[in-house]
Design a protein around this ligand. Sequence first.
Ligand code: ARG
Length: 702
Amino acid sequence: MNELPDLPLGFLANGSNSGIKNAKRDLGVIVSENEAVFWGSLTTNRSRAHCIERAEAIRSGGRPVRALIVCSGNANALTGPKGKEDDAAMARALAEKIGVEPHEVLTASTGVIGHRLPVDKVVSGVPKLVAQMSEDPETFAQSIMTTDRTMKVAVREIFIEGIRVKLHAVAKGAGMIAPELATTLCFVTTDCAMSQAALRMALESAVETSFNQISVDGDMSTNDCIYAMANGAAENESLDPGDTELQVFTEALTDLLQEIAKAIVRDGEGATRMFEMRVEEAASYNDARALSLSVVSSSLVKAAIFGADPYAWGRIGASLGAAAAYVNAAFDPDRLELELQGTTVFKAGEPVELGDAAAVLKHRMTEPEIYITAKLGQGTGQAKAWGCDLTYDYVKINADYATVTRTDDQGQVSVDERLSEFGPTIKKKLLIEALRYIDRFNHVRAVIKLGGAAMVDPKLEMEFAEDVLLLQSVGLRPIVVHGGGPEISRTLDKLGVKSEFIDGLRVTDRTSMEVVEMVLSGSVNQRIVAALNRQGGKGVGLSGKDGALIRAKPIQSSHDYGQVGEVVSVDCTLIDMLEKDGRVPVISPVGLGDDGSAFNINADVVASALAVALGAPKLIFLSDVAGLLDQGKVVSELNGDQLKARIERGDITGGMLPKVQAALSALRGGVENVHLVDGRVPHNVIAELFTDRGVGTLIRRT
Ligand code: ARG
């Protein structure tokens, strides 16, 4: 990664995680050592966020500022009076820490609309942030990203009467508006000395020909803003409106913001390329602006750019004519001239015969950047606008953002099939992700504990077997451990064997143990083996008693639970042998007692002990939960210490508790990753193992 350009003189920044988002950076600050002149270009959306109101008040007060604080993950918009207090608290926290007045601190935010900001987290995140500020903008740039794929930072340097002045911008935003109105935030800092009036003139002019000339689907966010702070640290003679040097500054700022605006367009959702629409010879500058912007906003043109279609010019001509009518611009197709990638395709009211050039143009339409020029023959007005192509992926992303899986009233989970046909960008991304993991997992042992619905539903069971064989075919070494499911109780009931339960645990005397063993090793185990082998696998069923694989003793308790056991030791010889031969061991959770009797052991515990004994870096629990939940949402990733803290806080209860305890004991024994995956959704193991984000909860050792 290239080094990012440092901030101008007298500015420091930092970004970190405060807990609004799970792990990513979500809080950033920029602080100026001196007072800075401020101007901002603010969203005109009437549902605007509290931070925008604050910026407007500071802007119109004309007073200098000292710092700004930004949070991402929560827009703090449409949150009412409480939200306004939260916004003020955010500013106050930074002001107190750096010793300035709250009205000298700007705020900005981006993320979900209508949710209360976890302001305590923000406030307690401030001291650490301030303690580690530097000229390097990287952590700050990361802290403002949401749907962005890339960081957006740019810099320009100019000389004003021989003095070096720096202009710097950090931004976020994705060219196409996201489902939740992707916000554009841009923070310009400069060490130039200038009056507020001069900064205002420069910023308004630069924004007009950059951010205001990119296509954003017509939706405007509640939080869009471009803040500019000029702190004068360069010590040039202060610029005022009318100074010729202000022109130099404005040009540099325009160029800087155009670079950022284009980067935003390029980062559009699903976008594969950017195009520039230049309108020349318009009757006025305003006509040129309006017409160029209308072309980059046209869905038809955008789709044609995606299709690399040389006849896109027909749609461009149509779009120009429509916009001309709308804004009442002088326009005559007989005077119109259109160029695509430098080739004139339309002139004096008719298409140009391209001959051999047609093939060249066709090829050039596949380039990553497309340049279009329209000459109107009406005057000298000219302007440019930028847009990105409209792709299948855009529709996929936005049509089905959060609803990949659905749960109906009966608790049945199904997968939304609308996502089944992906466009090329998503396909490539997923394949590259997957192939990287395939490479990494070669020869890696993975213990997979099968429990819940996947053991009851024959279709899920077949799909599970298919997944296990897929894992094996890409070089992973799967070892399957299964639980008992509802079958044990059902069989005991059928046979009329009554059991006593103490603290939810079945007291298992020798007679019931015979039934338990029969169900586990005889029935469930053999069904899984059969599912594997029916699909061409080489599954071998084992009881923990076979080859003295698992030695057991009665669980330690003040009660006598009979044949309910815990693991004493594991001997892997048999598994090693089977694996060498390309077989998949399928193990039932039955252990061998000192006296030769059988013990029923919790299958999660068996899986954990086996993973440790086998030196397996991965342990996967498939069960009927989506993962570890926090306020109803799956926690994607955490480490052993964080898990312990959650247990101590009492956040984890019920059936999840023994499972995470088994997970922790595996981590203590050297297992690197424990995954909690929802076994009710077909092929979830594959999605967990071969994508970056996975689908369940990953508990890392460190
Ligand atoms: N596929 C990777 C792995 O198996 C990452 C999984 C991430 N999973 C998650 N729930 N965050 O190691």
